[in-house]
Design a protein around this ligand. Structure first.
Ligand code: PMP
Length: 972
């Protein structure tokens, strides 16, 4: 008896404390257990009545659920599993709010989320240490364990439909012989194994997985295949449409190429299991409707998948996981690059011209104009570029505006000109494709690389006549005539040319394969169809780059997440796709402009003409390393050191701020023969291994491993919000500093600090601190390093360098960011004594550092800073900005502090003594919408960092003030 009264009795006896005397009870469907929704006293739960023989498995499910701390998985609400008088077992788990996957609309975002949830669950379950008995329980005979799918071969005859039965048999046979051995070699773990549409709960922010009754011990790819199989049911174009699940999974835990290679066959196996299990169960239990749910969709999906190209599906899966889509492409490209191809058309190399049919050009599209152009320029052939974005194919019936990226190279000559096979091969297909815009008459040749990889070349738009002489299966030699260029009337309506395309697979389409790719799939198709110019070898053909077609912003972002490390972050909730910069402004792909208050690297303004011209001139003239005499490095060295006080006079040119600080470490160690180190709290000095070790911002931040044993972190001398405030704060912090020196276990090599600490939130060191710290450092035998990478070169207005604000002279100065206006140029300047200690016989060579181009650029930047009086501009506009924001403080109580020097300003938002980082984040997004680019920093991310190119104007500052005022009005 499992009616509501009975359940009520159970609740009253065992769960009254949790659910009260009178919970609401609803029966839920279930295949094996009897499930009831019960809610009372604000608690929503599922009560499960299970069979006694499942006890061990149920205990394992509880263990799994208890070990997971995911919002997307249910919690166990019972203490012990309850045994009823009947022997039946009762469990109580929490109810996940949301709707069933089966009853919600699924889109790419949800499918991506599903993949992420499955991956997070797998990651959680993989942490469970299972003993031998537990593994045995998870591997007992179970018809939903794919690792036992072989057994289903005995039952395949129960599938009624002959066609489906044979598909099932075929898939299972491949499974046993090919897939199972690979699966068995993969790592096993506990997996959920049943992400079907009735076990997925779509919540507001999470996608949850319920019902752990099918957990097994298997490779994780089995569970992902299960999720993908169910998620693909009913989708319009199931393979591409379900890919977001895979992408979501891979983003949480990357899949190996081996796993990716298994995914589609295992998706099919899961469908086969579903079909056979339904056949078995409905033959013995014809009344259970649950068994038949979704069987039609399963059969239809399996039929579609079986009829689809395995290779194309594999390419899509690899693409989603960041692997080169076509697994053969690597080898085929190698062969095309190195093999000895003969000419496809006869022409002298000096008679080759380019024709550009990409969307924005006016190059001729019609036969007569092309012929005229060739005659005028005495050209034997005109070539189009691979990968160009064309609209010429937009209106053809077999095509649509989505497919615009040309996958071949077109060679235009006169009608009747011969086309030759570049490699030996076999005729795979010969076809007339007469529709307007199609390939006309075409030939497909099959070839093989030295390593035995098959690939194809396709020649389209030929005459009918010649083709009749080619038989499918016939061998051709390199240099054999395989066709002639057709007239428009027989070549699909195009000017006479041959379309040459390379194929690493026919993707089930044969000669009808796409000649153009959709823009959002261009990476996929360019891998399936590599650039024919690899063997055509036509100079300046952009053989591996694609100068003509950009990716849509969304695709760019998606590809970036797999191509680049995700540790490389992007600005803004919706990243900007910036394509151009000028002065203090940046422009996105849609032409929107943004006032750039973020990029202090573009010191003299984006694309400064004087800097660009100097760089281009020197690149034409000479670029080599520093082992030759050259004026530029010495001239720039002189002018740069002239900005520094005595005795800072010896310069090393390097390529980044991190490299500068790394060298500073070496210099300090060479001079002091010590390794002890002091940095300031929240300070950042770069990203290499050595400088991470002296950057508390990193080693004490997310992912950091704490301070190395030779490094002590001195308190940040912040007079606004720090341990000491007021006018004597600097002295007090200097006193604290002494403790850090005495705390070191080894002699002190150096103390490093910026004059204004940007990563701490634009904090200017409290007055008097630096002088005190320098004195103590030196009396302990250490040297003093000023990191000017972020703040130097006139930005601070009052003084050219940050340390000058504090009336000290460092022993080593490191500089970078603004020096090359974006060109990688950085430097270390030190004293002759320290430089001499470093010169111990070991050569210092830096391949790029200080080369003629870098030195010339550095000099040009310095010239602009001086000629345009940018330091003075920084001082005037910076003071103006700070004054105006101070005025706003009376209307906007959130503005806690305004500080900084010149165009290096911090605005700190506080709400009742608490950092208001949330408002800062919203203001940044608000300002972005209105064309002003802002960024934030500080330990609580509640400080706006304002550090624009030094060429900003008063109007720009006014625009910022306006937007900032509005933002605070709207958002506080
Ligand atoms: N020092 C400071 C103060 C910096 O701000 C940075 C970069 N943000 C670096 C060093 C490292 O410079 P780079 O990124 O050029 O290696």
């Amino acid at each position: 008896m499992t009616n509501s009264m009975h359940i009520l009795q159970i609740v009253r006896t065992h769960f009254v404390a949790l659910l009260g005397e009178n919970p609401t009870i609803t029966a839920l469907p279930g295949e094996r257990d009897k499930n009831f929704g019960v809610s009372g006293r604000g608690v929503k739960a599922i009560l499960k009545i299970c069979s006694p023989e499942d006890l061990e498995h149920l205990q394992l499910q509880d263990r799994a659920l208890r070990s997971l701390s995911l919002p997307s998985s249910p919690k166990v609400l019972h203490e012990e599993i309850v045994t009823l008088d009947s022997g039946a077992l009762v469990r109580l788990v929490s109810w996940l709010d949301g709707s069933l996957w089966a009853e919600s609309d699924s889109d790419d975002v949800r499918r991506f989320g599903l993949g992420q949830s499955v991956a997070e669950l797998d990651r959680g379950l993989s942490q469970l240490e299972l003993d031998r008995d537990e593994k045995t329980i998870l591997q007992q005979t179970f018809r939903w364990n794919m690792m036992q799918a072989t057994d289903l071969l005995d039952e395949v005859d129960l599938v009624v439909d002959f066609r489906i039965r044979e598909i099932c048999r075929q898939e299972l046979t491949v499974f046993v012989t090919e897939l199972l051995p690979i699966l068995e070699s993969l790592p096993f773990q506990m997996i959920h194994n049943d992400a079907n549409e009735r076990n997925i709960i779509v919540g507001d922010d999470t996608i949850g997985l319920i019902d752990f009754g099918d957990i097994v011990f298997a490779p994780r790819i089995v569970g992902l295949a299960t999720a993908m199989a169910y998620a693909a049911i009913g989708l319009h174009d199931p393979i591409p449409d379900v890919i977001p699940v895979l992408r979501g999974y891979n983003q949480v835990t990357p899949l190996t190429t081996e796993e990716v290679g298994l995914i589609w066959p295992l998706v099919r196996i899961r469908l086969v299991m579903s079909i056979i299990n339904a056949a078995v169960q409905s033959s013995s239990n014809p009344d259970n409707e649950y068994l038949l749910v979704s069987q039609n969709g399963v059969v239809q999906l399996l039929t579609t998948l079986v009829a689809s190209s395995d290779y194309l599906a594999l390419c899509r899966a690899r693409d989603a996981c960041g692997y080169e889509p076509s697994p053969r492409a690597h080898e085929v490209r190698h062969y095309l690059r190195t093999g000895s191809a003969t000419k496809v058309v006869s022409v002298n190399s000096n008679q080759v011209g380019w024709i550009d049919w990409s969307t924005t050009t006016t190059d001729p599209r019609d036969a007569q104009s092309i012929a005229n152009l060739m005659a005028q320029n005495n050209l034997g052939v005109m070539c189009s570029r691979y990968g160009e974005e064309r609209d010429a194919h937009d209106n053809f019936p077999f095509d649509n505006a989505r497919r615009r990226i040309h996958l071949g190279v077109d060679l235009f000559q006169k009608a009747g000109c011969n086309v030759y096979a570049p490699f030996a091969g076999v005729v795979e297909q010969v076809r007339a494709m007469q529709e307007v815009g199609d390939f006309g008459h075409g030939v497909l040749l099959r070839h093989i690389t030295m390593q035995g990889t098959t690939f194809w070349t396709l020649y389209g738009n030929l005459t009918a006549a010649r083709l009749t002489r080619l038989d499918v299966g016939q061998s051709v030699n390199a240099g054999d005539v395989i066709g002639q260029m057709g007239q428009p009337m027989e070549n699909g309506g195009w000017p006479p040319h041959v379309h040459v395309q390379v194929l690493t697979d026919l993707c089930g389409m044969g000669i009808d394969i796409f000649g153009t790719a959709p823009q959002d799939e261009m990476t996929l198709w360019r891998s399936i169809c590599p650039n024919p110019n690899l063997f055509l070898g036509i100079a300046s053909g952009d053989t591996s780059s694609d100068a003509h077609a950009g990716r849509p912003t969304e695709i760019l972002n998606r590809e970036r997440t797999v191509r680049l490390s995700r540790a490389l972050s992007l600005n803004f909730r919706e990243p900007l796709h910036i394509v151009r910069g000028e002065g203090a402004y940046l422009f996105d792909i849609d032409g929107r402009s943004y006032l750039d208050l973020v990029n202090n690297v573009a010191h003299v303004g984006h694309g400064h003409p004087q800097v660009v011209a100097a760089a281009a001139r020197q690149m034409y003239e000479l670029n080599t390393n520093t082992r030759f005499l050259h004026d530029a490095i010495v001239e720039y060295g002189n002018n740069l050191t002239a900005t520094l006080p005595d005795p800072l006079s010896v310069v090393f040119f390097v390529n980044s701020g991190s490299e500068a600080n790394d060298l500073a470490i070496r210099l300090a160690r060479a001079y002091t023969r010590a390794r002890g180190w002091i940095s300031l709290k929240h300070a950042y000095h770069g990203h290499t291994a050595s400088v991470l070790d002296i950057s508390p911002y990193k080693f004490l931040g997310a992912g950091g491993a704490g301070a190395p044993s030779n490094v002590r972190v001195a308190e940040l001398p912040d007079a606004f919000r720090g341990r000491h405030t007021g006018s004597a704060a600097g002295q007090a912090y200097a006193k604290d500093f002494a403790k850090e020196i005495s705390d070191l276990d080894e002699p002190l090599a150096a103390f490093i600090a910026e004059g204004v600490v940007s990563t701490a939130g634009q904090v200017t060191l409290a007055e008097g601190f630096l002088a005190g710290a320098y004195e103590q450092t030196r009396s302990a035998g250490g040297v003093c390093i000023a990191d000017e990478v972020q703040i130097g070169l006139g930005r601070l207005g009052e003084r050219f360098w940050g340390f000058e604000l504090h009336d000290v002279v460092p022993d080593i100065v490191t500089m970078g960011k603004p020096m090359g206006n974006g060109h990688p140029l950085a430097a270390v300047v030190t004293t002759p004594a320290i430089a001499a200690a470093f010169n111990n016989g070991m050569e210092y060579f830096n391949t790029f550092g200080g080369n003629p181009v870098s030195a010339t650029i550095g000099q040009a930047v310095l010239d602009v800073v001086f000629d345009s009086r940018l330091q003075s501009n920084a001082q005037t506009l910076g003071s103006y900005l700070q004054d105006q924001v101070r005025v706003m403080q009376s209307t906007h109580g959130l503005i806690g502090d305004v500080r900084g020097h010149g165009l290096f300003i911090g605005i700190e938002l506080m709400r009742e003594e608490e950092p208001a980082g949330d408002v800062v984040a919203n203001v940044i997004e608000y300002a972005k919408q209105r064309g002003v680019m802002l960024s934030s920093d500080g330990p609580d991310n509640n400080v706006f960092k304002i550090k624009p190119p030094m060429v900003v104007q008063r109007e720009d500052i006014d625009m910022f003030l306006d937007v900032f005022d509005q933002a605070l009005t709207h958002l506080s």
